[in-house]
Write a protein that binds this ligand. Structure first.
Ligand code: C2E
Ligand code: MG
Ligand code: MG
Ligand code: MG
Length: 283
């Protein structure tokens, strides 16, 4: 019976599936050309240090500006880039550009900022990943401590000994590591201890209604307290309102990122912001 059902639904969904795979194929064809056509841009979103209200650094967020389709969100093309392996050249480009820009901004006289770059699991698991990071730092002249690599818990899931080894090598280089979207993946708390990351980024799904949802409030409170005990910095993502910000300040959260301060902005706007205000207080 279930086979029969499956058969029916197969026929029923086929045109829809074709449409979808056609869309995917089309996207893939264009994605393959996007790098050489210089269609990617990086937007930067400030990260604020709550201990002094100053900007601590910024997260690099890729955008794809297609000449006909316009701006395409990374949520749409990053998964495809991962499936096709295109994430390797794209990710290398983001890393290099982020380091170059950060170095450039340091040279215009702003106090040093730490740039955070999202690293996909596929990049992280490349055997040459540590060497690549090292080479990029050398080529761009950026100090290692001014680069932070954001990895998700899903990276931290498989092949634990390889990950611990890679993390140690990255730490030895002097770069920082944060766990992105913490609380949405599968990692256990013992990994957190073994990986010895610098920053825990609390996922925005917990922050969204932290002031009205008691469970989210309890989770966020516990994560901030746990980070403090483990001597890891806590960073809240997706902070949109003053009420959420007040809650996080009260709980002793270390850093905040979100629309309450600024949306991600194009490089030239970010540069203007730091040029105009050399001691950037966002609070
Ligand atoms: P993420 O690393 O967790 O980045 C944070 C996302 O939250 C960004 O979405 C940012 O624009 C958004 N955001 C920041 N503040 C707020 C806020 O106050 N409210 C709300 N609602 N959203 C906020 P974006 O730029 O669309 O990126 C989505 C995801 O795509 C990122 O999540 C990251 O996983 C991935 N991504 C972006 N750039 C790259 C990249 O260069 N490489 C890789 N591998 N992944 C990337
Ligand atoms: Mg991130
Ligand atoms: Mg995140
Ligand atoms: Mg995310």
């Amino acid at each position: 019976r279930s086979k029969e059902k499956g058969g029916n639904s197969y026929h029923y969904y086929q045109p829809e599936m074709n449409k979808r795979s056609l869309h995917r194929l089309n996207l893939e064809i264009h994605l393959r050309k996007a790098l050489e056509r210089d269609e990617f841009r990086i937007f930067y979103q400030p990260i604020v240090d709550l201990s002094n209200g100053k900007i601590y650094g910024m997260e690099s967020l890729i955008r794809w500006v297609h000449p006909e389709w316009g701006m395409i969100s990374p949520a749409e093309f990053i998964p495809l880039a991962e499936e096709t392996g295109l994430i390797i050249p794209i990710g290398n480009w983001v890393l290099k550009q982020s380091c170059l820009n950060n170095k450039k901004w340091q040279n215009i006289g702003h106090p040093p900022l730490c740039v955070s770059v999202n690293i996909s699991a596929i990049q992280f698991h490349q055997p040459q990943f540590v060497q690549l990071v090292e080479k990029t730092l050398e080529e761009t002249g950026l100090e290692p401590k001014l680069l932070c690599l954001e990895i998700t818990e899903n990276v931290a899931m498989t092949n634990i000994s390889y990950i611990i080894d890679t993390m140690q090598k990255l730490r030895a280089l002097g770069v920082r590591i944060s766990i992105d979207d913490f609380g949405t993946g599968y990692s256990s708390f013992s990994y957190l201890k073994r990986f010895r990351v610098h920053t825990l980024k609390i996922d925005q799904s917990f922050i969204r209604d932290v002031t009205v949802d008691e469970e989210n409030a309890a989770i966020v409170t516990a994560l901030i307290a746990m980070s403090r005990q483990l001597k890891i910095k806590s960073l809240a993502e997706g902070v949109e309102t003053q009420e959420q910000l007040d809650f996080l300040i009260n709980q002793g959260c270390d850093e905040v990122q979100g629309y309450v301060f600024s949306k991600p902005m194009p490089a030239h706007e970010f540069e203007l912001m730091i040029k105009e205000n050399k001691q950037l207080y966002l609070m």
